[in-house]
Design a protein around this ligand. Structure first.
Ligand code: ZN
Length: 129
């Protein structure tokens, strides 16, 4: 399943709109019910753009999804095959943490292996109300 998620994240990455950074990111968000949502980064001039992770979550949440199993993230400069780890930014870490449980996994392909994290791994001592 996880190799399939990596391939879908790579496919999503090809839709990236990143004319400023030329850094293309793709994400595959898997829900506990088996539904999947793809996201890519979407940059713009005026304000902070959307990262691939938040694009995928926005698509899922707007379709009524609330139970999430995992997200797989890949990223690399345009025209480069993603092989190096592409970790979620701080904003996405906080955003995701507010919609997922302790069992949620973050999968990051990294030089031929897939690194696995929990939200607590990547955002310890996070803000909570
Ligand atoms: Zn981000």
């Amino acid at each position: 399943m996880y190799k399939e998620d990596v391939e879908l994240a790579k496919k999503a990455r090809l839709n990236s709109h990143s004319p400023f950074s030329n850094f293309q990111v793709g994400a595959l968000l898997r829900c506990k019910n088996g539904h999947v949502y793809m996201g890519c980064n979407i940059e713009n001039q005026g304000i902070q753009g959307l990262c691939a992770e938040r694009t995928a979550f926005a698509k899922a949440i707007s379709e009524g999804e609330r139970e999430f199993e995992s997200i797989t993230v890949v990223g690399a400069p345009k025209g480069v095959e993603p092989t190096e780890a592409c970790m979620p930014c701080g904003y996405c870490r906080q955003f995701m943490s507010e919609f997922v449980g302790d069992d949620f996994k973050v999968f990051i392909p990294n030089n031929g292996k897939i690194d696995e994290y929990t939200i607590d791994d990547i955002l310890p001592h996070r803000f909570k109300i």
